[in-house]
Design a protein around this ligand. Structure first.
Ligand code: PMV
Length: 341
């Protein structure tokens, strides 16, 4: 038989939660204890680029991350591959003269090559962009007909936050009720054009890999903390409703208040300088100008109400930071570079 390779390349941005997912009710299927809401970044800045290829000459599934081969024998990769493969349909590429039937996919192997243009596993949601991109690219390659929400439920099984990167703009991950997780998926709250005044500035304070994986972090907290159960059942549901309202009305005062409050629950002890800078500034202005939020690492994500504020913010941050002895401080990643012009 003739040798051939079929390839698909996809690019997926990362997302930043403003109402956070923290705590799993099922670790294997990755089912959360509460809904969450995020903002998907512009793909030009923090994103994963993944190429998936298939050829009859490949004798096993293999993957390279940032140029180095990694093992994909773990449950999360295997779940994504299995779920996508089981939905593969016939491919008929007339241009290349390649025909693959649904049955063929069971015996064909894939090679996956993935690059992050930002630090991996440093709390900047690299796994969100990574698994969303993997599932999307494999889905295209295997001619899977599912819609984005259904794909999001597959990406979720790679990394919870990944389900929210299938959509742009503002995205809600609905926790769902089903034990099998079929209704634990992402939906778009508002698209990327809805509130395009917002600018997201990410201060990369450290590119070191985080010491505690979010899975371990969540496990410790879920088991030990009644506070977290209280958060999931009593606090977050109300916050989610308010956040959806704030997004729909482009109400920055509420958006900022909700984002910061939700973040404080996890990171009261982190990056005090950024927090106090933002707080002082918002107070001085009388109305909120900037919201901050932190994920599993020390890197601050700052959301400015408009471009003018973002430009001022970058100046203020530059004053706040370089004198710091932290040699790890290396860059500012801007949601929109044009504000520097
Ligand atoms: O998707 P994971 O397992 O990497 O969890 C990420 C969780 C947070 O980023 C801390 C919060 C969130 O909702 O994204």
């Amino acid at each position: 038989s003739r040798k051939w390779v079929l390839m698909v390349t996809a690019q997926t941005p990362t997302n930043i939660a403003v109402i956070k997912y923290w705590g799993k009710r099922d670790e294997k299927l990755i089912l959360p204890v509460n809904d969450s809401i995020s903002v998907t970044l512009d793909p030009a800045h923090l994103c994963t680029t993944t190429t998936v290829s298939v050829s009859p000459t490949f004798d096993q599934d293999r993957m390279w991350l940032n140029g180095e081969e990694i093992s994909i024998s773990g449950g999360r990769f295997q779940s994504c591959l299995r779920e996508i493969r089981s939905r593969a349909t016939d491919v008929d590429d007339k241009e290349k003269g390649i025909k693959i039937t649904k049955k063929d996919w069971e015996n064909l192997h894939v090679h996956i090559s993935s690059y992050n243009n930002f630090p991996t596993a440093a709390g900047l949601a690299s796994s969100a962009a990574g698994f969303a991109c993997l599932v999307f690219a494999l889905g295209k390659l295997m001619n899977v007909k599912e819609d984005y929400s259904q794909l999001s439920a597959i990406a979720r099984q790679g990394s919870g936050s990944a389900c929210r990167s299938l959509y742009g703009g503002f995205v809600k991950w609905i926790m769902g009720k089903d034990e099998k997780g079929t209704d634990s998926l992402a939906v778009q709250v508002a698209d990327e054009k809805h509130w395009d005044e917002l600018v997201i500035v990410i201060a990369v304070v450290s590119s070191r890999q985080k010491e505690t994986s979010s899975t371990t972090g969540m496990r410790d907290t879920v088991e030990t903390s009644l506070l977290l159960q209280h958060r999931a059942k009593e606090i977050v549901p109300k916050r989610i409703l308010k956040m959806e309202e704030a997004i729909k009305n482009r109400d920055f005062a509420s958006f900022a208040q909700l984002t910061c409050t939700d973040s404080n629950q996890f990171h009261a002890d982190l990056c005090f300088r950024i927090i106090s800078l933002v707080e002082k500034w918002n107070k001085a202005e009388g109305t909120p100008q900037v919201a901050y939020t932190f994920d599993a690492g020390p890197n601050a994500v700052l959301i400015a109400r408009n471009r003018k504020t973002a430009a001022l913010l970058v100046q203020k941050l530059l004053f706040c930071f370089p004198p710091n002895s932290d040699a790890d401080l290396n860059s500012f990643v801007l949601g929109d570079k044009s504000i520097l012009k």
